[in-house]
Design a protein around this ligand. Sequence first.
Ligand SMILES: [Zn+2]
Length: 300
Amino acid sequence: MARVSLTERIKQDLFLLDGAMGTELIARGIDVGKCNDYLNIEQPDIIFNIHRSYFEAGSDAVIANTFGANKYVLGRHGLAEETIKINKAGVQIARDAAGENKYVLGDIGPSGDFLEPVGPLKAQDLKDAYVQQANALMDGGVDGFIIETMTALEEITVAIEAVKSISGDLPVFASMSFDKAGDDFKTMMGVDVEAAVAKIVSLGVDAVGFNCGTLSLNGYIDLAKKYVSAVQGQSADVVVYAEPNAGRPELVEEKAVYKVSPDDFAEIVEEIHAAGVNIVGGCCGTGPAHIRATAEKLKR
Ligand SMILES: [Zn+2]
């Protein structure tokens, strides 16, 4: 079976991403404060096994374990010098798990700091850091990039511009995380759906969406509908994607616990897909069982 390019594939029928990495690592005994990205070097088997479990559950693509592998986040673990190595290793592990016919996205997350004038980060320095990470992901052999869990429009703009400056024909996905704000949705930094979509689509991405957040499952359906209508007003070419959490986190003994069952998750994802979202997956609290239930419900 010849594999079509990811850019083409996401415009065809439903494209299923994976579930969470972070909460899966915690479930497998990795400490919460640890540098998850460094596991690509220290414990590649655990990462490989998580990727494999998602492909076996029905994912069309996995997201490499490089969410925090930019020099700022790695720097907080004393690992800034290892940035390139960690990214390349993360892609290699995902590629090994993907085989010939499945796809690998390079994961790019926030720096954990704010741009001037709100914070100390200079836009050019941040851009350089994202270019460095994206180049390493590209060298590792990704099929595309996913910039995710962003809350500030300025930071996601810098990240998209950085990735697009080196990505060539590879597709770029970009998503922000939303909370409930009255009857509406806003990111932690106060960005609403219309502003997010207008800006992100104008930067020439292939897919725009939302991931993570603190919404209830029904909230994610409403958010999906809002996204679809906002994107339709901007561009017919851009695909919408959604990676909801397994519901709202509940605090149990000071740990965030996600309680939504795989079947309930799959039902909500079916409605999100019916609303016009072609790329779906899960964020925090979703595991292989959630992806399997979704695949069984939506991919027949
Ligand atoms: Zn998440």
